[in-house]
Every structure is written in structure tokens, then in C-alpha cells.
Design a protein around this ligand. Sequence first.
Ligand SMILES: Cc1cc2nc3c(=O)[nH]c(=O)nc-3n(C[C@H](O)[C@H](O)[C@H](O)COP(=O)(O)OP(=O)(O)OC[C@H]3O[C@@H](n4cnc5c(N)ncnc54)[C@H](O)[C@@H]3O)c2cc1C
Length: 413
Amino acid sequence: MTQPVAVLGAGIVGISCALELQRRGFQVKLLDRRGPAQETSLGNAGLLSYSNITPIASPVLLARMPRLILNLDDDFLLHYPHMLSLLPWLLRFVLRCRRKTYLSDGAAMADLTLASIEIHKRWIAEADAGDLLNRVGGLKLYRHRQSFLRDRLERELLERCGVKHTVLSPDQAYELEPDLKRIFAQAVLIDETISIRNPEKLCQAYAQMFVDAGGHIGRVDIQFLRPTNDGWEVVTDQGCEKTPRVVVCMGAWTPGLIGQLGYTNPLAIERGYHSVFAASGEARLTRPVFDVDGSYVMAPMEAGLRVSSGSNLVRRETRSDPRQLVRVTPRVREAFPIAEELSPEPWMGRRPTVPDTLPIIGPAPRHQNLWLAFAHSHMGLTTGPITGQLIANFITGSEQPFPVSPCDPARYL
Ligand SMILES: Cc1cc2nc3c(=O)[nH]c(=O)nc-3n(C[C@H](O)[C@H](O)[C@H](O)COP(=O)(O)OP(=O)(O)OC[C@H]3O[C@@H](n4cnc5c(N)ncnc54)[C@H](O)[C@@H]3O)c2cc1C
């Protein structure tokens, strides 16, 4: 008889868990209040990026801490009223900014990333979604050579983890992207980065594979979880679902749900915003670019050029504040000829991040038949599929493809 499992949350992480568990023979119900990929998985920068194995906590960031705390840079924006409640996270984050932890956390991130992009490639082929793919790498651009030199530890990490990257002169970068304005001093091509022209469509194509194979997606607002003798009751706005096992993949909303079971954790919500612009005239951008000194990522997508901002550390439900996006827009114009803004208003997403930047994946420390998969920070689109595989391995007792203790929920819960 097939065994039931409920997967809560249908972002890329929940969809991946549902799909993988279904393929291992489970009868899966995927529950979400908004349907597949309508929150953070919808509006990200669309990169399946090898270079994002770099943890946020780094010696370089530590050196910039005084500027960051004074909100002088646009890649991080702190919301001061939130600082006190953020303190436990900040203290642990600062302890993670050592070279040794940076390299070990990055290596663990590389395990997840490299394996996940391989699964993506298989799933994209199965879903016949190859037209969403752009396989021309990603460019990291530096306006100041000093910033490029400052990032040398990052390149050492890429080197150690076997991530192919090529340091380019400005002329070599302009050869790849002739419409970039001549303001850059150095560039690095992350050769194998894949970008997705519409992340929402990709997630929905995976969700469709799940449905086509007999999976069920329920539209319910999940309110709390109640342990029973033989599993769980998932209490929703539509009633109560009994299930022997539960996987929680509710992204930034997971702490609220598991907090009711006594799990508290140092988690920061890094908000990010995007706007979509038309390119001016005949100007064309072929691949995503990360303007390091400009503090934005710009990716060519189906709808236009999607410009994403850095991190805004703020309480989850505080009002939208796209200040960073407003500030970086003139810098985008300095770098590339953009025309009118196509999106009616900035989109906002929530990146839940623990101090080591690694996701939380595995069994809940103090409850049976409950698994957790959240806190995917800046890398959830990339690492969703491997998360599904690791969770399915935990549930079935199968061997993991690499050491998974760096993602153990018990390290923070
Ligand atoms: C600006 C920005 C750029 C990014 N760029 C990239 C990138 O280029 N590459 C990359 O890999 N990652 C990127 N990310 C990160 C990535 O988008 C996230 O890590 C990923 O989407 C997280 O997926 P998730 O499934 O965990 O969460 P979500 O996509 O947020 O899904 C959580 C789901 O839970 C559901 N839910 C919540 N509460 C309830 C409830 N009470 N009842 C029912 N359902 C509920 C929500 O409706 C939602 O569907 C970016 C993020 C941002 C904000």
C-alpha cells in the first residue's frame, strides 16, 4: 500500500519534496494557501548559480560591518526597530564570519548546489521546459579594482570547490555584453551558471509533473500542527487533515508554524525586491549580471530585464520598503541603457536565512514523523531539487549522497 505524506508549502522546496517523494512511491498531498510558486519562488533572480555557494557571513563582510550597521551601503539595509530582536542572529552571524567557517560552510553549500543543478537539468528535460533556460553563464562586474581584489577569498572558495570561473578584463566583458557601458574595471564569468527566464513557470512545470503523475495540490491556509498517536493533524482554514508524516517547507512562514511546537531559532528574514525594465532601443543583455559595487543583479527574462536588490533585514510582515531598489536604479542606468519600468510596482520576496546561510533540512529534533526543509536564503531556487532528494532519503532511510550534518535542523532548533 502507498504511504501518505503531507508536504506543507508549495514553493520550489515543497514542490521538489513532493515530486521526489511521489517518485519514491509515497501518496503525496501538497498544501499551500496560494498555489504553487506564488511567494519567494516566483520573483527571484532566476539563477541556478554555482557562484552563490559563497556564504553571506565572511571575513570581508565582517570588515564592512561598521558601514552596514550605519546603513551606508545598499546591499544590506537594516531596519533599526528590528535590531533588538535580530541580536541573537547577528551575534551568531558575526561568529560565522571567520575564514575557516566561511570555507567549510561554502563547501557544504557546493555539495548542495552541484548536485541540485544536475537534478534541475533532468527535471527541465522531463518537463520539456528547455525554452526557459539560458546557458551562457553569469557575469560578476566590478566598478573598482579594489572590490575585485577584496573578493579574492570568494574566488579561492570557487577554486577549491571546482566551480569554473574566468577572470576577464573589461574589454573581454564588453565583448560578451557589448551594450554594457564602459564603467567596469574587472569582471568574472561564472561559466556554467544557468539562468531561468521565468522562475514561476519553471516551478509550475515541476508542479504539473507532480499533478500529471497523480499528485494532489490543496489550496488551504495551514494554521497549526497537532501531534497524534500515529502521526499528525494538519489544522487548516478548511478543517483538519490526518496524516502519518509531514514535511514543512513553508519558507519564511515555517518558524511561525513550528514555533507552536516549541522550536525557536535564530532566523533573519532578508527581504529582496525586484522591478522589471525594458531595454532601451536595440540594447540587449544576454546573460545575468551582478554589479557588485552597484548592489543589484540584472537578469534578462521573458518579461524584460529583472533588477533585484540586496537584503533588507526586517520583520517578516513589516510594510514593503523598496528603498534599495529606488537607490540602485540610477546605477543600473549608469551600467546599461534601460528604458521604462514595466512592472506596475516593485515585487517583494522573503529570504529566510540562518547565520551559516545553509538551509535547514532533516528530521525535526524533538518530534517523530516530522521533517523540516526551509531557510534556503539566497539559493532556494537552485537548491530546491536536492532538498527534495535529501528529505526523501531521510524518510525512506536511504543513504545520503554527501554528508548532510551541516544542514541538520538540530544545529539551530
Ligand atoms: C530578490 C530575490 C532574488 C533571489 N534570487 C535567487 C536566485 O537567483 N537563485 C536562487 O537559487 N534563489 C534566489 N532567491 C531565493 C529563492 O527565491 C528562495 O530561496 C526560494 O524561493 C525559497 O523557496 P521556498 O519554497 O523555501 O519558499 P517560498 O517560495 O516562499 O514558498 C513558501 C510557501 O509556503 C506557503 N505558505 C506560507 N504560509 C502558509 C500557510 N499558513 N498555509 C499554507 N501555505 C503557506 C506560501 O504560500 C509559499 O508558497 C532569491 C530571493 C529573492 C527574494
